[in-house]
Design a protein around this ligand. Structure first.
Ligand code: ARG
Length: 462
C-alpha cells in the first residue's frame, strides 16, 4: 500500500530497505512535545486568519492534547510506516477527530515543521544544560570557599611550578563554565526565531500570520527568508560547538581528577559513590566516572564534526540529508548532561588530602620564583639576574638534597653575600601563596572573595 500521507501518485509501497533508511521516528519521537506545541500554534493561527474554520481548529487542539497525554503515558503506538513524528501525530489526529485533521497541514510543510520543532527542542536543551552548568559552578565555588587556603602544587608542563591553592584551581573551572554558559546563551539568542510559515521552501500563498505563531512559541522574531528557514542548521552546529567546548573543559578537569586521585600523587580522595572496584584486584578504587566524562568528549565532538560534514556541500533548500541532524545532537546533549551531573557529584564529594597537598606543594623547589622576587625586591637586583642567582641556589639545594627553606644561610650567601635571614620569610609554601594577592592571583584572601562573589551571583541568577 502506498503512503496515505503522500502516496497519491505512488502505485506501490516502499521496499523494506527504503523504509529502513528513510524512517526517523526512532529519533524524532524525542520531539513530540515541540511538534504538538507547534501544531497547536499553527492551527490557532489558521483559524484566526480565517483559513480554517474555528470549530475545526478547536477539534484539532483538543485532539493534539489527547495525543500528548497518550504519548506521555506510554499509550501511543508509534508506527515506522508513518516515517516520522509529524506524520505519526497527524495520522493519529485523523483517527481521533476525523476529516478536520486534514486541515492542519494547510500552509505548512514537514520542512518548516521539522525546522520549527528542532529549534524549540534545542532551545529547551540549552536551558537544561545552562541549569546543569550553574549547579556545577555552584559545587565548584562551594568547594573553593572551603579550601581557599588549602595549598597544592600548581603545574606547568605537569612539573611542580609554583604553589597555588586548591580553591584557586577549582575557581578556574568556574570561570570556564561561565564562558561556556555565555556561548550557549549566544546560540540561544540567535536560534530563537520562527521558521514556521516558510512552507516547503518558497513560502505560502495563504494569508498566514507568522508573528502570531512566533509569539505563541516564544520565538523572538520571524525568519525573513523561507529558503534559509528550512535549510539552516547552523543553530544545531553552534549549539554542538558550545557542547564540544564545554565537554573539552570537563575532560581537562576529569583528567586532573584521574591524576590527583591516583595513589601516585594522592592529592584527592573521591567518594565511594563516584568510584568503582575491580573484579580481580580487591584494593582498587577506580575513577571511572571521571574517565567516562573524559571519553564522552569523543562522541560530543563527533556529533559536531558529523553534522558539519552533512551540511558541507548541501545545496538549498531542504535535502533529506538534513534528517541526519538530530541523532548525533540528541546523543551529544544527553552525554553532556550526564557528564555535567557526574562532575557536579564528584566535585561535591571530593576531599583533598591537605597534608599530602602541602607536602607536594613544596616539592621541586616550587618557591624558587619567590626567592628571585625577594632578591629583586629586597636587594634591588634586576629580575633577570635574580632569576640566575635563584637558579644557582636551587642547584646548591639539590646538591645538598634539601628543600629551599632548609638550605643553610651561609650556603646561600656563598652565592649572593647580601642575602639575609629575612629571605626565609618568602620560602615557605604558605607565604608564597599568601603573597600572590594581586588581582587574579592565588592568595587565599583573593580566592575567598572570588568564591563568595560567584556564590552570590549564582544564587541571584538561579
Ligand atoms: N523527518 C524529516 C526530517 O527530520 C522531516 C522532514 C521531511 N521532509 C520531507 N520533505 N521529506 O528532516
Amino acid at each position: 500500500m502506498s503512503n496515505k500521507m503522500w502516496g497519491g501518485r505512488f502505485g506501490s509501497g516502499p521496499d523494506p530497505i527504503m523504509e529502513d533508511i528513510n524512517v526517523s521516528i526512532d529519533v524524532d519521537r524525542h520531539l513530540y512535545r515541540q511538534d504538538i506545541a507547534a501544531s497547536k500554534a499553527h492551527a490557532a493561527m489558521l483559524a484566526k486568519q480565517g483559513i480554517i474554520p474555528a470549530q475545526d481548529a478547536k477539534q484539532i487542539a483538543h485532539g493534539l492534547d489527547t495525543i500528548l497525554s497518550e504519548i506521555e503515558s506510554g499509550k501511543f503506538a508509534f508506527k515506522r510506516a508513518l516515517e516520522d513524528i509529524h506524520m505519526n501525530v497527524e495520522s493519529r489526529l485523523a483517527e481521533l477527530i476525523g476529516p478536520a485533521a486534514g486541515r492542519l497541514h494547510t500552509a505548512r510543510s514537514r520542512n518548516d515543521q521539522v525546522a520549527t520543532d528542532f529549534r524549540l527542542w534545542v532551545r529547551d536543551a540549552i536551558d537544561e544544560i545552562d541549569a546543569a552548568l550553574a549547579a556545577y559552578q555552584r559545587a565548584l565555588a562551594e568547594k573553593a570557599l572551603a579550601h581557599a587556603a588549602t595549598v597544592m602544587p600548581g603545574f606547568t608542563h605537569l612539573q611542580p611550578a609554583q604553589p597555588v591553592t586548591f580553591g584557586h584551581h577549582l575557581l578556574a573551572y568556574v570561570e570556564m563554565a561561565a564562558r561556556d554558559r555565555g556561548r550557549f546563551a549566544d546560540a540561544r539568542g540567535r536560534l530563537n526565531e520562527n521558521p514556521l510559515g516558510a512552507g516547503a521552501l518558497a513560502g505560502t500563498s495563504f494569508a498566514i500570520d507568522r508573528a502570531m505563531t512566533a509569539k505563541a512559541l516564544g520565538f523572538a522574531r520571524v525568519m525573513a527568508n523561507s529558503l534559509d528557514a528550512v535549510a539552516a542548521r547552523d543553530f544545531v552546529l553552534e549549539t554542538l560547538a558550545a557542547c564540544a567546548i564545554t565537554a573539552a573543559h570537563l575532560s581537562r578537569f576529569a583528567e586532573e581528577i584521574v591524576i590527583w586521585s591516583s595513589p601516585l600523587t594522592g592529592l584527592i580522595r573521591l567518594s565511594d559513590k563516584f568510584t568503582t572496584g575491580s573484579s580481580m584486584m580487591p584494593q582498587k578504587r577506580n575513577p571511572d566516572a571521571a574517565e567516562l566524562v573524559r571519553a564522552k568528549t569523543g562522541r560530543i565532538i563527533g556529533a559536531l564534526v558529523g553534522l558539519l560534514t552533512v551540511i558541507k556541500g548541501l545545496p538549498l533548500a531542504y535535502q533529506k540529508d538534513l534528517q541526519e541532524d538530530k541523532e548525533g545532537a540528541i546523543d551529544a546533549i544527553a552525554a553532556l548532561n550526564l557528564s555535567l551531573a557526574a562532575m557536579t557529584g564528584m566535585v561535591r564529594d571530593m576531599e583533598p588530602d591537605a597534608a599530602r597537598m602541602q607536602e607536594a606543594a613544596g616539592e621541586g623547589y616550587s618557591t624558587a620564583t619567590d626567592l628571585a622576587d625577594w632578591l629583586t625586591r629586597a636587594l634591588k637586583v634586576p629580575f633577570r639576574e635574580a632569576h640566575h642567582i635563584a637558579g644557582r641556589i636551587v642547584a646548591k639545594a639539590a646538591e645538598a638534597n634539601v628543600p629551599l627553606d632548609k638550605l643553610p644561610l651561609p650556603l646561600m650567601q656563598a652565592i649572593e653575600p647580601r642575602i639575609t635571614k629575612a629571605v626565609f620569610g618568602v620560602l615557605s609554601v604558605a607565604n608564597s601563596v599568601k603573597s600572590r594577592s594581586a588581582y587574579g592571583g592565588t592568595a587565599p584572601s583573593n580566592v575567598r572573595a572570588q568564591a563568595k562573589r560567584w556564590l552570590k551571583r549564582l544564587e541571584k541568577k538561579q
